[in-house]
Ligand binder design. Structure first.
Ligand SMILES: [Zn+2]
Length: 139
């Protein structure tokens, strides 16, 4: 699992545009195992939640749009909330996989790669965390 330097640079720049203590989010563009770009997308923001705008994905050209397989946000707790997990599992069902990047108060970025799988006995689809990583914001 990789994150391109450009993504960290864009995040550090965007932090300057955002109010302290307010969540902000974005869509992640993925190629192979690398997050290579980020599109900030904030439909609703507060100190306790952020809602991304799906319209920002639709605005991309189809070539780029198919690479959107993850989401980013900054939030005020350590680790993903249950809502974050649920959203990631939902997106995994849509995309087959999902990367979830979260900037925590300790300035570490949690990076989860979640995969869709199918139970071989009953055929039910489910999501599982294939890989977890943590990045410093300045890596
Ligand atoms: Zn969160």
């Amino acid at each position: 699992m990789k994150v391109n330097k450009i993504v960290f640079e864009k995040i550090r720049e965007e932090i300057k545009n955002q109010k302290e203590g307010i969540e902000f989010g974005g869509w992640l563009l993925i190629e192979g195992n690398e997050v290579y770009n980020i599109i900030f997308s904030n439909k609703e923001q507060s100190g306790g939640h952020v809602k991304l705008d799906p319209k920002d994905v639709l605005r991309l050209n189809p070539d780029e749009r198919k690479h959107v397989k993850g989401w980013w946000h900054r939030h005020p707790i350590q680790g993903p909330s249950q809502i974050d997990r649920n959203q990631t599992y939902d997106l995994t069902m849509l995309w087959g996989e999902c990367r979830m990047l979260i900037l925590q108060p300790n300035n570490k970025i949690v990076d989860w790669h979640v995969i869709k799988a199918e139970d071989i006995i009953d055929g039910n689809e489910y999501a599982y965390v294939k890989e977890k990583k943590e990045w410093g914001l300045h890596e």
